[in-house]
Ligand binder design. Structure first.
Ligand SMILES: [Zn+2]
Ligand SMILES: [Zn+2]
Ligand SMILES: [Zn+2]
Length: 351
């Protein structure tokens, strides 16, 4: 059994680039404004993207991609486990079932994220599981629901597969249809293992992100991520120890993947904390979350690389004159045209 991690990158996408996409960009146009700060760009560096992936299907506006590396690992996995059934066809079915469950899990994330008003339009399956690219509103409640919905799919599937196992026993499959029975039991077990693995409180696994969302209610956005990442490091250290002890190369690969992303979470938490400490610019507020943008030259012109404050400059690069009419909120991730950010001036005294 190979467990599958899945993660939801860009949890703190508010103003922080996911998959290196600069905020403040206009749809279809060349990259416009970039956030300053190298630490902000380390996140999501080790996740599969649609590049090198084939599109399998599109459901409810969500594209499902399959990364090319999946085929190689699927081939090896199926070959290595060929002795478990009387025919290799059953191994193929078992492997496909595993990824069908992973797919349902990822759709759980994506649909829940949309339900709370977030963006989710891409799921990529790869050998380590699935990645749902979700960007829920940057509040702990929507975040918690977007994350918890994935494992909830496995919770729902657990009694369904359990019922199928009992039904098969009742129908005498263990003697008559041995391979089919083994497959059902295996799928039931795989779903259970996926659930347990994903609920480990190791950021960025679902369990770690659920922990983070819960802490967010109490200690805020940056400190909750910091705490979850630190807990994640302890967990991933244990995981690496276990992987080396049982000499499971796959678990080593998985642990390294989690470690890199956990480190990304920590860097993001530091960047968030730094940003949160910055003074806010008066006279501007996000139409969505009503927070003022940070003061300081935090934006970099995509054209001439000049650093400036896009609000103070009203969306025009002071060096080359490039215009950036739409700006993404650092706090909530929503994008708004520059005029919508400008707060109405206080009423004239005595008027
Ligand atoms: Zn998940
Ligand atoms: Zn410029
Ligand atoms: Zn906002």
């Amino acid at each position: 059994m190979r467990t599958s991690a899945d993660r939801v990158p860009g949890q703190d996408g508010g103003g922080i680039p996911r998959t290196r996409e600069p905020p403040g960009r206009i749809d279809g146009a060349a990259p416009k404004v970039l956030w300053w700060g190298r630490a902000l760009f380390t996140v999501a560096a080790m996740t599969p993207t649609r590049q090198g992936s084939i599109r399998l299907l599109r459901i409810a506006g969500i594209d499902l991609f399959l990364h090319w590396s999946w085929f190689i690992v699927a081939f090896l996995e199926i070959k290595w486990r060929a002795g478990n059934y009387s025919s290799i066809i059953w191994n193929v079915l078992e492997y496909l079932s595993l990824f069908f469950i992973v797919m349902l899990h990822e759709f759980g994330h994506a649909l829940a994220c949309r339900q709370v008003g977030g963006t989710a339009n891409q799921i990529v399956l790869w050998p380590l599981g699935g990645v749902a690219y979700v960007s829920p509103p940057q509040r702990p409640g929507p975040m918690l629901w977007s994350i918890a919905a994935g494992p909830l799919v496995n919770v729902v599937l657990f009694p369904i597969f359990g019922g199928l196992v009992l039904l098969a026993q009742f129908l005498g499959w263990p003697e008559e249809l041995r391979d089919a029975y083994r497959l059902i039991v295996s799928v039931w077990g795989l779903n259970g293992l996926l659930l347990i693995f994903n609920l480990l409180p190791v950021y960025p696994l679902d369990g770690g992100q659920i922990l983070r969302s819960l802490l967010w209610f109490v200690v805020g956005r940056a400190r909750s991520l910091m705490a979850a990442a630190i807990v994640g490091f302890v967990g991933v250290a244990a995981m690496i120890g276990l992987a080396l002890w049982i000499r499971d190369p796959w678990l080593v690969v998985m642990s390294v993947f989690i470690l890199v992303n956990c480190w990304g979470g920590l860097m993001q938490a530091r960047a968030l904390a730094r940003m949160a400490r910055l003074p806010r610019l008066a006279g501007f507020a996000c139409p969505s979350c009503h927070t003022g943008p940070p003061a300081g030259e935090l934006w970099v012109c995509g054209q001439c690389r000049a650093r400036f404050n896009t609000f103070a400059a009203l969306g025009v690069c002071p060096q080359c004159g490039e215009q950036f009419p739409i700006t993404q909120c650092f706090d909530c991730g929503a994008s708004h045209p520059m005029p919508d950010w400008v707060q109405a001036p206080p009423p004239w005294p005595g008027a």
